[in-house]
Design a protein around this ligand. Sequence first.
Ligand code: ADP
Ligand code: MG
Length: 318
Amino acid sequence: MPLGEFDLIERYFRRAPSRRDVLLGVGDDAALLEVKPGRALVAATDTLVEGRHFLHRAPPSSIGHQALAVNLSDLAAMGAEPAWALLSLSLPQADERWLEGFAEGFFALADASGVALVGGDTVRGPLVVTVEVLGFVEPARALKRSGARPGDALYVSGSLGDSAAGLATLLRGGASAASDDPLVRRHLFAQPRLALGQALAGVATAGMDVSDGLLGDLHKLCAASGVAATLELDALPLSEALLTRHSPEECENFALHGGDDYELLFTLPSDSAFPGESGASGLPRLTRIGRITAGGSVRCTRGGTEVAVSGAGYDHFR
Ligand code: ADP
Ligand code: MG
């Protein structure tokens, strides 16, 4: 007998609540959640569509991971602490092997991030995964896109371009999705920068996550803040794995325009001595990649000279 909707939810998604602030989780008409006084609720949702956000042959565990990771990255980008998630699944069929892998990827990241799954919806249809995450931040410390000021230093975490290079490898058939190629792994299992986001709350003047390509996302940060930026192309942080496999031009292209890095892009007052800068305390490497200026555009420089760079970030409707 094929698995029914309620058995499916029961078997794969209903678990003993992992947080005490879940007064009522999966099983009733809605979840009942206890909100801490003095903290703002932070909410974000993202949808993944097969063929657009993940490949048809992507491992189910990576789809489960990614559906939650992209949402947690949005909370990281607000400086928030995640708490709860809702999961809406549209599935062509109740394939138990797929569900097992999906749930494994989803819950591994949920458990590592202190997130409880508290509800969702399950329907039959094309493969589409929507996750909503909820978390907390002290409202005055929230990391917004709009606070950058001329003179601020511009930083990015980790390394850029790996995920896009990993996707290119997969599309070329240059590696299987199961391979341990670090660039492919980075594409399939991006790690949201939750600890860094929380460390930047109340410290950075502005911040966002890099999901649609650095250049396009930097434009968005500048537009929200009403400022301009100078981006130093020589400073872009590139991983060893990327550098050994691609030419310098390809690396720069992946770093500027490639999506799905899920690093944090943020600004600090120029005199700030953010402790994470030294790479201490379990935070990722942070790299100063430019500065905020007055005006309304993004200039790129190489060796101190301005260069023209074309192309914007990813847009579903362009
Ligand atoms: P309703 O008809 O009230 O919308 P459903 O029958 O859709 O309720 O869901 C029953 C319960 O299972 C609800 O608590 C809902 O939040 C939960 N649920 C449904 N699908 C999922 C899922 N994929 N993951 C987690 N919880 C789910
Ligand atoms: Mg329902």
